[in-house]
Each structure stands twice: as structure tokens, then as C-alpha cells.
Design a protein around this ligand. Structure first.
Ligand SMILES: [Cu+2]
Length: 162
């Protein structure tokens, strides 16, 4: 629990820094924020950004997996994570516009679903192994989603479309 709150504080800190930088950029005050001020720590934070805390409690999140060369990408539903078979893997994936993401159920961890945080898509809720749900992402954006029964346990994911 202590480690968890420590890492969450670290995420909050980097998000606050990014917000301040953005504000400084908008104010037109004339000072250009230095890109390299954070050194290696800054680049690590960038590669493991938690999408505003969305993946802050997701135990199997280990950076955004680059699948921009693929036309179809599989995400496993019910991977071992978050204290049981309560994970999407990879938790965060980057794809090119036009890519179809296919979520495939392991059948473990009871019933899962795949629901967009902005309600733009939602799957069936099932515990059936081999079940699939597909969505083709035509437009660039960051799409956060979760599993309704296990959302509070950290069963969340992100598709970054570029
Ligand atoms: Cu679930």
C-alpha cells in the first residue's frame, strides 16, 4: 500500500509538471520551457505515462507497446494481473489509424467486458474462453477502456491511435 501511494504520488508529480509546462506555453510569456530539464527521469516518465492516472493502479502496465506496423492487433482479456486474471495485455498499445484491435478472452478471472471510458464502444460481458470483440480505430486519439466488474482492481487499458 505504501509503495502504491508512492508511485501514485510520482505520477501526480509528473502530470503536474506537464500541466505547468503546457500553461507556460499558452501564456505567451516568452520563456520557452527547456525540453531536457528532466534528463533520463523525464524520458522514462514519458515512455511510461499513465494517461492521467488511468493506468496508475494497473499492475501489468509496463509502457505503451508499439504495434503501429500491424493492421490487426490482439489484446488479451483476462491476463494474470491486478491480483488475479484481471488484466488486459498489453495494457496500453499504440496502433496506426485503420487498425483493428481484437480483444480475445482467456476464460479466466470470471466474466469480463471491454467498455470505452467515453462510451464509444462496449463489448458483451462473458467468461467464455476464445470469445472475441473487435473494433477498427479509424481516427487518431487516445481511447481509454475498462472491464466493468474489475475496474476498481485496475483492469483498465488504453489504445493510442496515431
Ligand atoms: Cu474483468
Amino acid at each position: 500500500m505504501h509503495g502504491d501511494s508512492l508511485s501514485r504520488r510520482a505520477f501526480v508529480g509528473s502530470a503536474a509538471t506537464a500541466t505547468l509546462t503546457a500553461l507556460a506555453g499558452c501564456s505567451g510569456g516568452g520563456t520557452t520551457p527547456s525540453q531536457g530539464s528532466g534528463g533520463e527521469g523525464s524520458s522514462d516518465a514519458a515512455s511510461k505515462r499513465d494517461f492521467g492516472g488511468w493506468l496508475g493502479a494497473t499492475t501489468n502496465y509496463d509502457g505503451v507497446v508499439d504495434e503501429t506496423d500491424a493492421s490487426e492487433v490482439e489484446v488479451t482479456v483476462g491476463s494474470r494481473a491486478n491480483g488475479g486474471a484481471y488484466g488486459f495485455s498489453p495494457a496500453a498499445v499504440r496502433v496506426s489509424a485503420g487498425t483493428t484491435v481484437v480483444w480475445t478472452w482467456t476464460g479466466k478471472g470470471n466474466a469480463h467486458d471491454v467498455v470505452a471510458a467515453d462510451d464509444s464502444f462496449a463489448s458483451e460481458r462473458t467468461s467464455e474462453g476464445g470469445h472475441t470483440f473487435s473494433r477498427t480505430f479509424e481516427e487518431a486519439g487516445t481511447f481509454k477502456y475498462f472491464c466493468t466488474p474489475h475496474r476498481a482492481m485496475g483492469m483498465k487499458g488504453v489504445v493510442v491511435v496515431e
